[in-house]
Design a protein around this ligand. Structure first.
Ligand code: MTE
Length: 297
């Protein structure tokens, strides 16, 4: 079922957005409301205000506070940029951001980002399915996982001067998860270029997993044989597993994951129930058939 985002977006934002999109020459974008959102309550379907999306962030390369990324990424230069796809592939490739924009036009995808900390936002991302990019290389028969690496640039990223995480930021997916059409590479939001604090110029977004799987400022994607150890798994293996699927039935060791706070709804608003796979059960549950999701958290 397809619903125009104009039906759930405050009029003014929507009009502005259409204007931006026109300016970017993206009028052919596909607008649709992700199916997971249809199951949740009305208030939680509203798009999160642009100001919250760009001022309440997690991006430890720029600091651990929620307002650090907006404050300290202002001068971050992400142009020129390229992504290397290597590892267990017949021939590695390097694509510039210009190549990527030409080869893979972005379309709008409205996805909820559910953070492992217990809050969520509904964001109109601009992006394209990661599988289009991955299909540019031929993986060898050894390839089983896909590893993602964010940029390493301590000169521009003050957080990387401290050993807060295992830099560069690393994440991983199983190949079938990476190839799923819902998994996207994001190049913008609200019809605009991706702001620095949200992972400019390109980031991952896996809507059925906790937000930390969606690595920002990606420079390398590698096909690998062994399950990659992500920066969060390395920091705290008891708390962060490889799969990290949104799952209201499996608590984080220190708090429940049953509900979430919708950012921008006001502190008096009740928390809303968290949905299995963030609302994408129908689309992705088959990937985990016969797996004990308490064990593979
Ligand atoms: N990517 C990098 N490189 N560094 C980070 O610290 N934080 C993750 C994820 N991607 C992070 C990252 C976490 S914990 C979340 S919740 C989301 O980015 C937040 O994305 P947003 O700031 O665009 O909402």
């Amino acid at each position: 079922m397809k619903i125009l985002s104009s039906e759930i977006t405050p009029e003014k934002i929507y009009k502005n957005r259409r204007k931006f999109i026109k300016q970017l020459g993206l009028t052919s974008s596909v607008f649709y409301l992700a199916p997971g959102l249809l199951n949740s309550t009305h208030a939680s379907n509203n798009l999160t205000d642009y100001n919250y999306v760009t001022s309440y962030n997690n991006y430890y390369e720029f600091g651990t506070g929620k307002s650090d990324p907006a404050q300290y990424s202002k001068d971050f230069i992400s142009n020129p940029w390229s992504i290397t796809i290597d590892g267990e592939v017949e021939k590695k490739i390097i694509l510039s951001m210009d190549d990527i924009k030409k080869l893979f036009p972005s379309e709008e995808r409205i996805y909820r980002l559910r953070c492992v900390e217990g809050w969520s936002m509904v964001i109109p991302w601009m992006g394209f399915s990661l599988n289009k990019l991955l299909k540019k290389v031929n993986p060898t028969s050894k390839a089983k996982y896909v590893k993602f690496e964010s940029v390493l640039d301590p000169e521009q990223m003050r957080g990387q001067r401290y050993p807060i995480l295992d830099w560069p930021y690393k994440e991983g997916l199983r190949i079938d998860e990476a190839m799923h059409p819902l998994t996207i590479m994001v190049t913008g939001l609200y019809g605009k270029e991706l702001p620095n604090q949200n992972g400019s110029p390109i980031r991952l977004m896996v809507p059925w997993k906790y937000g930390f799987k969606s690595a920002k400022a990606i420079v390398k994607i590698s096909f690998v044989e062994k399950m990659p150890t992500s920066s969060w798994m390395k920091a705290s293996p008891r708390e962060y597993g490889f799969y990290s699927n949104v799952n209201p039935n499996v608590d984080h060791p220190r708090w429940s994951q049953a509900t979430e706070r919708v950012i921008g709804e006001g502190i008096m608003s009740p928390r809303i129930p968290t949905l299995m796979f963030n609302g994408y059960e129908e689309e992705v549950a088959h990937l985990y058939k016969d797996m004990d999701l308490k064990k593979y958290y």
